[in-house]
Ligand binder design. Structure first.
Ligand code: HEM
Ligand code: MG
Length: 236
């Protein structure tokens, strides 16, 4: 069918976002991951996951993507790896780009993902509490390897939002509870776990729902700021 999962080919563009990569792998976005407009992103996140097209946080993210390219009104998924616009250090499933550019901030990394994968042990779900703990643990581990990583309020806010994304897209957006199996398939294979029993949220995932989950995750975290000021990169 039109939305069957297909692995990307060598020439298809994929980026640091497991959500958008998954939508491309299922044909909700162009499978080549190229020439993507803000409207295409808003339609795809609605059709694939039932995110509200009117949600401000998602509209802002989709529009910020335009700053990662010199194109006027479209981007490719790999453009989104531009460090400092949307892409940040201390991701849950990707390495940091180090100051010398040696890190891979784009591709899924199983070693990095271990922290989230192993969070909430003894349970078969993730929730806002485990999501907050995973953010804290990932930061503590990353600091050992990369003490000069960037960890301002901006990164913390974006990381908490992204955690609300996987909980809501893969689980119950009201409760903020998602099956570990579904979340792991989403990250590792960039696939909708339909065969395993996942269904698209019957509840429209609104800005209010995402803001509520994000706020809970921030509250439950023990985050403290690293040095430096929040900044955003405006062009490649
Ligand atoms: C991370 C872009 C929507 C799930 C990211 C990153 C980018 C990005 C650039 C990399 C940040 C980093 O970890 O360094 C976008 C744009 C969106 C969007 C432009 C447009 C609305 C979504 C949606 C979902 C999602 C709808 C959920 C289905 C995630 C998750 C991460 C992430 C879970 C964190 C990955 C990690 O920490 O390893 N996104 N995203 N995103 N995105 Fe998206
Ligand atoms: Mg990153």
């Amino acid at each position: 069918s039109a939305h069957k999962w297909q692995a990307p080919t060598a020439t298809d563009s994929r980026g640091p976002c497991p959500g958008l990569n998954t939508l491309a792998n299922h044909g909700f976005l162009p499978r080549n991951g190229k020439n993507i407009t803000v409207n295409m992103v808003m339609d795809a996140i609605h059709d694939g996951f039932n995110f509200d097209k009117g949600a401000e946080i998602l509209r802002v993210a989709a529009k910020l993507g335009l700053l990662t390219t010199d194109e006027i009104d479209n981007y490719m998924l790999e453009d989104l790896a531009l460090h400092g616009t949307l892409e940040h250090d201390v991701s849950l499933s990707r390495s940091d780009i180090f100051a010398d550019g040696s890190g891979d901030n784009l591709h899924f990394n199983e070693t990095v993902f271990t922290t989230l994968a192993n969070s909430n042990p003894g349970s078969d779900v993730y929730n806002v509490t485990s999501a907050a703990a995973a953010l804290d643990q990932r930061l503590a581990l990353d600091m050992i390897e990369h003490p000069d990583l960037t960890n301002t309020i901006k990164e913390f806010f974006v990381r908490a939002i992204e955690s609300s994304f996987y909980l809501s897209a893969m689980g119950d957006p009201i409760k903020g509870i998602a099956k570990q199996e579904f979340v792991q398939i989403f990250f590792r294979e960039e696939r909708l776990p339909i065969a395993e029993g996942w269904v698209r949220s019957p509840v429209l995932i609104t800005n209010e729902i995402l803001g509520n989950l994000t706020g809970q995750i921030q509250q439950l975290s023990n985050w403290t700021s690293g040095p430096g000021c929040p900044w955003i990169r405006l062009q490649p």
